[in-house]
Design a protein around this ligand. Structure first.
Ligand code: NAP
Length: 244
C-alpha cells in the first residue's frame, strides 16, 4: 500500500526517541513536512542531522505555558501524532502524587493541549485533518506496577473518542494506536527482566513484542486517506493480546 503525504504538514510529539522518532522519519520519507517536538535538544540535533528537512521544537510538554509559547508559531498542521509519553513503575500502594501528576500531565493533559492548538487551526481552515494518539494495550489490561500509567492510557482512549465525536463534523478524524510492548527506552524499563518478558509474550498470540515499524505503519495508515472513514477507534497493535 503506497501512502504519500506530499504537501502535508505533520507534527509529532516525543520525536526524539523510540516510536515518535521512527514516526517522524517515516512521515518525512512519505513527503510530509515534519515538525518534531521533544524535550532533549541532543535528540533533536541528531534527528535533524539524519533528516535535515525536519523542523525541531524543544519543549517540555508537561509545562502548559512553555508548550503554548513553543507551538504558537508552528503554522498550519494537517497531521498530528500525540506520541510523547512517560512511564514510572510503582506498586499501587506506593504511588506518589508527584508521579501521578507527571504522568497525567504528559500522557493526557499535553495531548489535550497540543490537540486543541492544532485542531483550532484545522477547523478555521476548513481543511480537515487526522490526529493519532499513541495509547497502549495498558489502557485495557491491568499491568502490575503500572497503576497510573494504565489509568492515563484509559483516559487517553476516552479522550480520543470525545475528540472524534466533537471534531468529526469538521472532518478531523481522531484515532489511537494501542501497542503491546516495544523494546524502546520505555519498553526496556518495564520488560527487560526475561521472566516478565516471557510471561507477557506467552499472552500474545503472535508470540513476540511489536517492533517500532509495526506501530509506525499503523500510525501512517490512520493518518492517511486510506482510513478516511475510520474515526474514534483504538487500534490494537498487539499481536492479539487484547483479543484473549
Ligand atoms: P521512549 O523511547 O521513551 O520515547 C519517548 C519520547 O517522548 C522521548 O523522545 C521523550 O523525550 C519524549 N517525551 C517524554 N516526555 C516528554 C515531555 N514531557 N515533553 C516532551 N517530550 C517528552 O518511548 P516509546 O516507547 O517510544 O513511547 C512512545 C509512546 O508509545 C508513549 O506514549 C508510550 O506510552 C507508548 N507506548 C509504548 C510502549 C512500549 O512498550 N515502548 C507500549 C505501548 C505504548 P526524553 O527521552 O527526552 O524524555
Amino acid at each position: 500500500m503506497e501512502i504519500s503525504f506530499a504537501g502535508k504538514q505533520a507534527l509529532v510529539t516525543g520525536a526524539g526517541k523510540g516510536i515518535g522518532r521512527a514516526t517522524a522519519l517515516a512521515l518525512a520519507r512519505c513527503g510530509a513536512r515534519v515538525t518534531a517536538v521533544t524535550r532533549t535538544q541532543a535528540d533533536l540535533n541528531s534527528l535533524v542531522q539524519e533528516c535535515p528537512a525536519i523542523v525541531p521544537v524543544c519543549v517540555d510538554l508537561a509545562d502548559w505555558a512553555a508548550t503554548e509559547a513553543a507551538l504558537k508559531d508552528v503554522g498550519p498542521i494537517d497531521l498530528l501524532v500525540n506520541n510523547a509519553g512517560c512511564a514510572v513503575l510503582q506498586p499501587f500502594l506506593e504511588v506518589t502524587p508527584d508521579q501521578f501528576d507527571l504522568l497525567f500531565n504528559v500522557n493526557v493533559k499535553a495531548v489535550l493541549h497540543v490537540s486543541q492548538m492544532v485542531a483550532i487551526g484545522m477547523k478555521a481552515r476548513g481543511s480537515g485533518g487526522s490526529i493519532v494518539n499513541v495509547s497502549s494495550q495498558a489502557s485495557q489490561r491491568a499491568l502490575r506496577d503500572h497503576a497510573v500509567y494504565c489509568a492515563t492510557k484509559g483516559a487517553l482512549d476516552m479522550l480520543t473518542k470525545v475528540m472524534a465525536l466533537e471534531l468529526g463534523p469538521h472532518q478531523i478524524r481522531v484515532n489511537s494506536v494501542n501497542p503491546t510492548v516495544v523494546m524502546t527506552k520505555m519498553g526496556r524499563l518495564g520488560w527487560s527482566d526475561p521472566e516478565k518478558a516471557r510471561n507477557m509474550k506467552s499472552r500474545i498470540p503472535l508470540g513476540r513484542f511489536a517492533e517500532e515499524e509495526d506501530v509506525v505503519n499503523s500510525i501512517l495508515f490512520l493518518l492517511s486517506e486510506k482510513s478516511s472513514m475510520v474515526n474514534g477507534v483504538a487500534l490494537p497493535v498487539d499481536g492479539g493480546h487484547l483479543a484473549c
